[in-house]
Structures are given as structure tokens and as C-alpha cells.
Design a protein around this ligand. Sequence first.
Ligand code: COI
Length: 360
Amino acid sequence: MWKDLEISVCRCDSGQRREKPDQGNLGFGSYFTDHMFLMKWSRKDGWHDAEICPYQDFSMDPAAMVYHYGQAIFEGLKAYKGDDNQIYMFRPEDNLERMNGSALRMCMPRIPVETVLKAIKALVYLDRDWIPTGDGATLYLRPTMIAVEPALGVRPSEHYYFFVIMSPVGAYYAEGFNPTKIWVTDKYVRAVKGGVGHVKTAGNYAASIMAAEEAHRAGYTQVLWLDACEHKYVEEVGTSNIFFRIDDELITPPLGGSILGGITRDSVIQLAKSWGIAVTERQVAIDEVLSAIEDGSLKESFGSGTAAVIAPIGELCYQEKKYVVADGKTGELSQRLFEELQAIQNGKREDPFRWVVRIG
Ligand code: COI
């Protein structure tokens, strides 16, 4: 059924084109391009009606299952315009494969990766004038799948929409690449092993909002989650994975079922190893981190994610005590990783890992 999936293209007419935003003031996820990709799934017909079409509203039954039980998964990936005017994407296939992992856990249908990749490339190319070129600005793609069958029984839906929308974005955090302030919570938890913390499902983010609001009210950028059983081991930061450089070792928590397997996380691990840095995926207790800050062995810490890229951490707050990390400055390794990743993503530097896909 997948192999024959044709993608039709219906372009905007001039009246449907959207006004482009000021490139210097994009923020994150506030503007959307002229076109989107949409395909539908039913148990009877599989994936069908695949089309690139003008960006548009959906009309959905108020009983659509996504509204009630949150059967929704998504991904985030980016397209870049290089100085050579070529368009690049970073590991798009890995995002789509990860989405299929999320689909499996959430009892949703697999997407046909090859077809979706073809559609994504065509969509990015069609809206290429929307790819921003300013410092750190990129085109963020949001593939999403939702359950649309109108029914109130708690069970897998018989109908789904898969769509991809695109948004020109600047830095995810208001701080840009400057160090962020992180609030460690031992009051709320994000995920437990056996749950859905390792997949990109909408409910994980909904459940995180209350802790994030408390952090913001206290003047912090994001929340650092600890494990749900003992409130002892570091898991991940609100929208990214986390790394600590203690002495000369780069440490990140292992993917044990409650942490999202970030594609940027994996890229950081591979890059750092290729530079001869010892990288360890192991449990890190919050007490170990705080002692390492106090005895000076914690050299730096940063978050990694598609939206955040590399987000240096300048301060942690735990149980109302503040701990300054790396003198509140961006660490040397964070800087190097940020620059190297950006240069690879923009096609400026050699890509020994074959992560980058050129479009057009
Ligand atoms: C991403 O990094 O792409 C994410 O999905 C984080 C997002 C929730 C802002």
C-alpha cells in the first residue's frame, strides 16, 4: 500500500501566500510557511491522500480521539540554508525512524519513511524562500500524527492524520546561546520506566508545563528532571538531553526507558568521541553534580536538542540553593560542539558522519 502512495501537489495561489516575518525577530514557532504536507490513514485503506497543499486549518469532529485521550506524536527537525545557497537537512531519516518508535509505543501506524522523506524534501524545496539565513536562524519542521476517529472508547483510533508544518525560527531560548538557568525539581516527575518518557508524545510535554511555569516564576529557563522513583538521578532538561563535563569525562544519563533518545544527543556523543573525549552514558546523581560544582571538577554542563541545539547551563537551583556552573559562562566544549554542529548542519564543514542531506 505504501509503495504506491502518490504525493499530489497543490500550490498556493498568490492570494493564499503568507506574509514573511522579520528575520531578526523570529522567536520560536510563531510563523508558518505557505505549504504543509498531509496524509491520512485508515485501518481499511492504510496511508492515502498524500498531498502537499496550502497551509490550512483542519475541520475535525469534537469527538476526534486526539482531543480526549491525547494519542499524538511528533518530531522536530530542521532545514538550513548554507552560505553556498544550498539547502541542507540534518539526519531527517533518524527523526522519521524515531517517530516510528513513538508510533509503536502509542499503538499508532508506522509511517512510510521513504515516502515521507520525499514529501519533506519537496515541501522544503517548495517553501525554500522561507528558510531564514540570519545567525542561528533555521526552518523548523514539525511532523505530527494525531488520532482523528470520532469515538469515545479508550482504544487505538481507526483513523489518523500525519502532517508536516514548517516554521522559520530563531534561538529556542530567549538567552540565545548564552548560559541558561536551570531549576532542578524534586517535586514533579516527568516519566517512569515502562511509561512513555522515551517517546515523543504530546502528553509528556503537557505534563511538564506546571513545573516549567514554577521554574519561570522563580526566574529560571527550564526544569531539570530527576528520576521518578528516588528523585536522585538526573534524567533530562525540559526540552533537551543533558551533559556534564566532570574533569575530562563527558557524562550523560543512559537511555533507560524514561529519557528521550535525542538525535542531537547522539550527534554530540559521536562528535566528542571522534575528538578523543571520553564519553560515558551512566547514571549521574544530582548530589554528584552538586559536589562536582563545589569541588570545581564540574567544568561545564549543557543541554542538547534539535530546537535548543547546544544550550550551555550557567546555574542550577536545587532545594532553593543556587549553584553557579562554569562561572556562569559558556564552556569551551559547549562552544566547540555548538560551532561544529552548526557548521556541519549548514554545509560549511566536512560531514564525516554523513548526517547531512542536501536538497534541491
Ligand atoms: C525539539 O527539540 O525539536 C523539540 O521537540 C523540543 C520542542 C518541544 C520545543
